[in-house]
Structures are given as structure tokens and as C-alpha cells.
Design a protein around this ligand. Structure first.
Ligand code: KG4
Length: 432
């Protein structure tokens, strides 16, 4: 019989503290505590992020293990994000993972955050069924669409009652930073989350009991075939990746300046929207005219991207309009958002289409936080119909920073015996 591998994974590269448990490829729990403290500053404040990680990490891991219904003795290895990311934030996750692995006497696995975003495509949920011709099948319902309400952390988090008890309310810290109190009170209460209440987070509950029935009627476990192309778009990256196998990836195009997510966030900031602005632009864009304002598209050779020109163009355009009419943004925000979003999507898809042509690959995926964008998801599906691509989009909760993707990456590394030593240190920058 094939041995079951259970991985506990930790993600703390930026401003989300997350822990997940996976059994082979099937995710059992994925808990994310987002840090609202940064909203007041219009961007992530590294020092505040690492402090919040310190407060969150124990209760988040505790809830993840309880939801998964997994005891510590069942854990085969502990995986953690080693980089890239904010050093202080990474240090918290790395130190916790090292200590936990040492205490349990199990191997430690370091994971590259970017690789994990791509591997999120391979996360299996309880109840999914196998099909031999899976790559030709229609997308499983779970992968189809997203909505802004799903963009909140509620789907990832413990139920409200359990959430407030188990995880320090990060948003409250922005008003009264009281790390000590929040941290000390949380772990004890974390013991209470009742699985029966976790209506919004099915994986944990169904994990232990569902597989037998699920094989008959669940959504299809649908993954791309190697080699495939993945457009990785997040707050820090915009890359076209040629994925040869789970752990062998090659960047064939990337941004030479800003990332797509940064363009969304910075332009949103200029419009006075909260941070991170991507989801707000997405929501506003649904009501606006995408053809109203033609913004600049870069002329960059090859498969590389550039978004800094668009950012500057957007900024100067608004500055000029505001001189004439101080109410310009308010009166045109939906059209501004729709036009900006269309420009970013056009830029992304132009190079992706070219990469697909050049490599003759038709299995195309998107990953990373910006892949949550509903306009991008629709545009890539439309492109797929036209070009006969098989498109793969991770389920919404696995597109943002989350430990489930670290867990699946950890699983593949475990199978290859790729373990890290206790001397592993985080890195802020790295390549695939
Ligand atoms: O992958 P991610 O969670 O974090 C890293 O950068 O690693 O990506 C965050 C980025 C932010 O720039 C955020 O604005 C963007 O993803 N984002 C979106 C949407 N949801 C998140 N951008 C556009 N539309 C969205 N719906």
C-alpha cells in the first residue's frame, strides 16, 4: 500500500499568516489570517507584518491541525516558505517550522513561494474524482468563477465565532496595538473551534469522511499536462513560466519593472481606493466602460512585460483631468477602473498568446493573486475558446497567498526526498 504523506505547511512571506495540512495531494485544511493593520498605510509595513505573524502563527497552526482532524504524530514533514518575501515575516514562519519539525522529529521542507503559486493548480479537494481524460474536461465548478465577497478571508478562516476567539483580530490592532494581550489570550481559546460550524470551509470537514462517496460524483480533479505555460501574476511578479514538471520550471518572460499587481494597487491608490486596490478595481470595472480611456501599452520586445509606463500614464492623466475638474475621479471611477483593468489584461494576454504560439503549448494556466481578477479570468477563457487552449485557473482561495500551495509543493518535494537543514535561512529575493 502507498504510504500516506501528511504535510503541515506554513506561509508567512508577506502579510498573511497561513497554515495548511495536506494528505498526499488532498488539502485537509487551509487557514489564513490576513493583517488588516496595513490598510491604514496604503501598503504593507514590514515591521508590523512580522509582529502580527508572531501573534498569529500559533493559533493559526492550531486551527489548521484541528480542522484537518490530524494529530501531530501523523505529520510526515513540515514545509515552510523560505522566500521570496519580507525577511522579517519569513523569519517568523521559518523559525516556527524549524522548531516544530525538530520537536516532532520529522523532516523540514523549504518551499519557493513562486513555485508554490504554480503548484496551487495541483491542489486536490476532498470529493474530487479522477478522470483519465481530465485535461479535456470542462472546468470543475470550484475552478470556474470568483466574486468579490469571496475575496475576503471569510472562506479561509474559522467560523466567525471561532475566528474571533482563535485568531487575534488583526484589524483591531491598528487602533490599539496590544500585541501581548492578543497573543496570550488566543491560543487557549483556539482549542474550541467546532468542526460542525465551519460551513464555509468544506475541505476540513469532508476530508476524513468524504473520499469513498466522493469518487462517484464529485467535481473532476483536473490538472494541466506537462509541459504547460503558467502566467504567474501577483503583487511582486509577472512571469510567463514554462512548467516542465512539478519541480522543474523555466521563466521565459517577465516584467522588467513593476508587476501587474503593483500596477493595479498603485493606480487604485491614486484613485483613493484602499490597499490592496486590485480587488476594488475588479469590482468597479464590472460597472464601467473598458473602452472609455485608452491608456498606454508598452512596446517591449520578446515575452517580457513592463507596467511602469502605464502607471505613470494613469497618474499624469488623472493629474491633468483633476486640474480641470476636481470631481473627475468620483464621476468616472467605474470607467477608469474598467479601462485600466482592460489595459492590464490586454498587456498580459498579448505576451501569453505569443508564448503559446512560440512554444506550441495549449495547456495554459494562470496563478498568483492577480489571477483572482474576474476580467482576466473571463478574458483568458475567451482566448481559450478562440485558440483551443485548455485553461487552468486555481480555485480562488488558492490564488492569494496561502499555505495550501506551500503544502502541495512540500508534498512533491517530500516524494523526491528534498529536505532542508535546520540551518536554512529565509531569502528575500530569488528566482524559480
Ligand atoms: O499573490 P498575492 O496574494 O501576493 C503576492 O504578491 O505574493 O497577490 C497580491 C496581489 C495584489 O497586488 C492584489 O491587488 C492583487 O494580487 N489582486 C487582484 C485581485 N485580487 C488580488 N488584482 C486584481 N483583481 C483582483 N480581483
Amino acid at each position: 500500500m502507498v504510504r500516506e504523506v501528511v504535510i503541515l505547511a506554513i506561509e508567512s512571506s508577506c502579510d498573511d499568516t497561513s497554515a495548511a495540512v495536506i494528505r498526499n495531494e488532498t488539502i485537509l485544511s487551509n487557514v489564513v489570517a490576513s493583517q488588516k493593520v496595513h490598510e491604514a498605510y496604503g501598503g504593507v509595513v514590514p515591521e508590523l507584518a512580522s509582529r502580527a505573524h508572531q501573534q498569529n502563527i500559533i493559533p493559526v497552526v492550531d486551527v489548521a491541525l484541528k480542522r484537518a482532524g490530524v494529530s501531530r504524530s501523523e505529520i510526515s514533514a513540515v514545509a515552510f516558505t523560505r522566500g521570496p518575501g519580507l525577511l522579517g515575516s519569513l523569519l517568523v514562519g521559518t523559525s516556527f517550522a524549524k522548531a516544530f519539525a525538530l520537536a516532532l522529529g520529522v523532516p523540514l521542507i523549504e518551499v519557493n513561494h513562486l513555485q508554490a503559486h504554480v503548484l496551487a493548480l495541483f491542489i486536490r479537494e476532498p470529493g474530487m474524482t479522477d478522470r483519465a481524460d481530465a485535461s479535456q474536461a470542462a472546468p470543475a465548478p470550484a475552478q470556474a468563477t470568483t466574486s468579490l465577497s469571496a475575496a475576503t478571508q471569510s472562506a479561509d478562516m474559522p467560523p466567525v465565532a471561532a475566528r474571533t476567539a482563535a485568531i487575534p483580530p488583526i484589524s483591531a490592532q491598528s487602533a490599539t496595538p496590544a500585541p501581548a494581550q492578543a497573543a496570550t489570550s488566543a491560543p487557549a481559546q483556539a482549542a474550541t473551534p467546532a468542526p460542525a460550524q465551519t460551513a464555509t470551509s468544506a475541505p476540513a470537514q469532508t476530508a476524513t469522511s468524504a473520499p469513498a462517496q466522493a469518487i462517484v460524483s464529485g467535481p473532476v480533479y483536473r490538472v494541466p499536462s506537462f509541459p504547460f505555460l503558467c502566467l504567474l501574476v501577483s503583487g511582486g511578479n509577472s512571469q510567463i513560466i514554462l512548467v516542465r514538471d512539478h519541480l522543474h520550471m523555466e521563466v521565459i518572460g517577465q516584467t522588467i519593472d513593476d508587476a501587474a499587481g503593483e500596477a493595479f494597487d498603485k493606480c487604485a491608490k491614486v484613485m483613493g481606493l484602499p490597499y490592496p486596490g486590485g480587488p476594488y478595481i475588479d469590482k468597479l470595472a464590472k460597472e464601467g466602460n473598458p473602452h472609455r480611456f485608452p491608456f498606454t501599452k508598452p512596446a517591449i520586445s520578446g515575452l517580457d512585460y513592463s507596467f511602469s509606463g502605464l502607471k505613470t500614464n494613469f497618474l499624469y492623466f488623472l493629474r491633468d483631468q483633476l486640474r480641470e475638474n476636481p470631481g473627475f475621479i468620483e464621476q468616472n471611477k467605474a470607467d477608469l477602473a474598467a479601462s485600466l483593468q482592460k489595459t492590464i489584461i490586454d498587456i498580459l494576454l498579448q505576451k501569453l498568446t505569443r508564448a503559446a504560439k512560440e512554444t506550441r503549448i495549449r495547456d495554459i494556466a494562470i496563478a498568483g493573486g492577480v489571477s483572482a481578477n474576474s476580467g482576466l479570468r473571463n478574458a483568458i477563457q475567451a482566448e481559450a475558446q478562440k485558440r483551443k487552449w485548455n485553461v487552468f485557473i486555481p480555485k480562488f482561495e488558492f490564488t492569494m497567498d496561502n499555505a495550501a500551495m506551500i503544502a502541495i509543493a512540500g508534498y512533491y518535494k517530500y516524494l523526491r526526498g528534498e529536505f532542508a537543514g535546520q540551518d536554512a535561512v529565509p531569502y528575500s529575493r530569488t528566482h524559480l
